[in-house]
Ligand binder design. Structure first.
Ligand SMILES: [Zn+2]
Ligand SMILES: [Zn+2]
Length: 254
């Protein structure tokens, strides 16, 4: 839970500070609004209350998901102190991390997609789609059930598949929440994507999820459900033609 909270507050703080400097203005995705002036990212921040974000990263669903994770890990390693916090070699560490990211994104894809396709679940996911113009701090504007389907369960599935060392698991929690925050930054920056390992083959850039908010703000037939890789949307026929190419960019207006 500490890694989850750190992943959000550290990354959101850094990204909001970067945006406020104006250095990344040219990378900010701004969608044209028919008949009106585009809504700024700063206006989107006002829609999100910080206490809601705190409840999301430290609320009952996160605690329940954390306990589920303890059960998954103890089923792999047994109760009691672990023999080592670290993997045998850096390569093992990287492999565990990569397997978790891949399996998590598969689970996230379906945990996200069923919420668009089920009328009952859409009532929960709709809260997250209130943020048509995402910002770093708005990432935690999400219902607890939604956070479980897109966060807790896929992460538990990833841990069960990779059986990672505790250090790799914590690094994965931190990275995944940080990546999710970048995905809501509205920054279509090759530099930031590269720094966050999102410029590697098969990875989805930050603009990928931004386009989900802009063009799939509705139940049914949405696009770009995954967040870390574009291949699941490609394989299951939900890749948006707007960002259909690897490293594709959402439409921008300076
Ligand atoms: Zn959605
Ligand atoms: Zn989102």
């Amino acid at each position: 839970m500490v890694a989850v909270a750190a992943g959000f507050f550290v990354t959101a703080g850094i990204l909001e500070a970067l945006i406020s400097t104006g250095w990344f203005d040219s990378a900010l995705i701004v969608y044209p609004t028919p008949g009106g002036k585009p809504k700024s990212r700063a206006e989107g921040v006002a829609e999100v209350q910080l206490w809601r974000s705190t409840v999301t990263v430290a609320g009952p669903a996160t605690i329940a998901n954390g306990l589920a994770m303890v059960l998954v890990m103890t089923s792999s390693y047994g109760w009691g102190p672990v023999a080592s916090w670290w993997a045998a070699t850096p390569l093992h560490f990287a492999a565990q991390f990569a397997v978790m990211l891949f399996v998590n994104d598969f689970g996230l894809y379906w945990g996200h997609r069923i919420q668009h396709e089920s009328a009952f679940l859409w009532r929960f996911h709709r809260a997250h789609h209130r943020i048509a113009t995402p910002t770093p701090v708005s990432v935690m504007c999400i219902a607890q059930l939604d956070a479980t389907l897109q966060g807790g369960l896929p992460m538990a599935l990833a841990a069960a598949a990779a059986r990672p060392c505790p250090a790799a698991l914590c690094a994965f929690f931190f990275y995944r929440v940080a990546e999710n925050t970048l995905n809501h930054s509205g920054l279509d920056s090759r530099l930031l994507d590269a720094l966050c390992l999102k410029a590697l083959p098969f990875r989805a850039p930050a603009a990928f999820h931004d386009a989900h908010h802009r063009y799939s703000n509705h139940a049914h037939n949405a696009k770009n459900y995954a967040e870390s890789f574009w291949i699941f949307d490609w394989a299951f026929g939900t890749l948006s033609p707007l960002v259909g190419k690897p490293q594709g960019r959402a439409s921008k207006q300076a």
